[in-house]
Design a protein around this ligand. Structure first.
Ligand code: GTP
Length: 237
């Protein structure tokens, strides 16, 4: 077993990252690379729950900005996360990682229903559990789903793997002088309006003292590095 500070981790994966260069949908090479990275952390002995977004297929927030009913567009977004969850399960099983998908919206023919105690049992038996359909409620993001599930399964940290390698004081694409934080407080994230997670997700983590590590998903080996406690990305605590 690893001597790392964490044993049980909630990994939040960006749905958009699955699209790779094509911008939408699921890129087979990208999902394979992500699965290989997750498998490395799993083989090192970490217990992993995964929440994956759905932005590569459907973005509820953008659709509602264009006039669609927010609740309906959020439900469509939740279904998109189930598609990604099934794709990730397939990719992980090709890496010989035992995986279970649990959905917050009942669809028993496709996935197990979300049952907290069963999810924990799966983790104890060495299976990765992928949580689909967000929280099952509109108006809540998959970041909030990640925070909620992390607390429910008693994860010690949320690792938010995205296309960015940490949190900066300014947009690094527009401002080359932008400074990356190694650590930052929840309050600073909220007060500065930094785009780490939405404020509901951050507040939930703050109230329950659950640290959030954000780092670059696309750098090979990063999930294992983060799990082993290496100083990569930015830690919100
Ligand atoms: P244990 O036997 O309790 O260790 O767990 P298990 O997940 O191996 O056993 P279970 O019999 O619960 O599940 C066997 C397979 O069926 C697994 O791949 C589950 O993900 C899947 N499964 C279980 N319940 C459901 C369900 O309600 N719907 C769907 N679609 N699959 C399910």
């Amino acid at each position: 077993m690893s001597k790392a500070p964490y044993k049980r981790i909630l990994l939040k994966l960006s749905g958009e990252a699955l699209a790779g260069q094509q911008g939408q949908g699921i890129n087979p090479q990208v999902i394979q690379q992500i699965a290989q990275d997750v498998a490395l952390a799993h083989k090192a002995g970490f217990q992993l729950g995964i929440v994956i977004g759905g932005g590569n297929i459907f973005r509820g927030v953008s659709a509602s900005a264009q006039g669609m009913d927010r609740a309906s567009s959020d439900y469509m977004g939740m279904l998109a996360t189930v598609i990604n969850a099934l794709a990730l399960q397939d990719a992980l099983e090709k890496e010989n990682v035992p995986t279970r998908v649990q959905s917050a919206i009942a669809m028993a023919e496709i996935a197990e229903p979300y049952i907290r105690r069963k999810a924990i049992r799966h983790l104890e038996k060495g299976r990765i559990v992928i949580f689909g359909a967000g929280t099952g409620n509109p108006f809540f993001t998959t970041d909030t789903a990640a925070s909620l599930r992390a607390m429910e399964i008693n994860a010690e940290i949320i690792m938010k793997a995205t296309k960015v390698d940490g949190i900066y004081d300014m947009d690094p694409k527009k401002h080359p002088e932008a400074k990356k934080f190694t650590t930052i407080s929840y309050m600073d994230v909220l007060n500065r309006g930094l785009q780490v997670m939405d404020s509901t997700a951050i507040s939930l983590c703050m109230d329950h003292k659950l640290p959030i590590l954000t780092f670059d998903l696309m750098k090979k080996g990063n999930i294992l590095r983060a799990a082993q406690g290496e100083t990569i990305g930015t830690l919100v605590q």
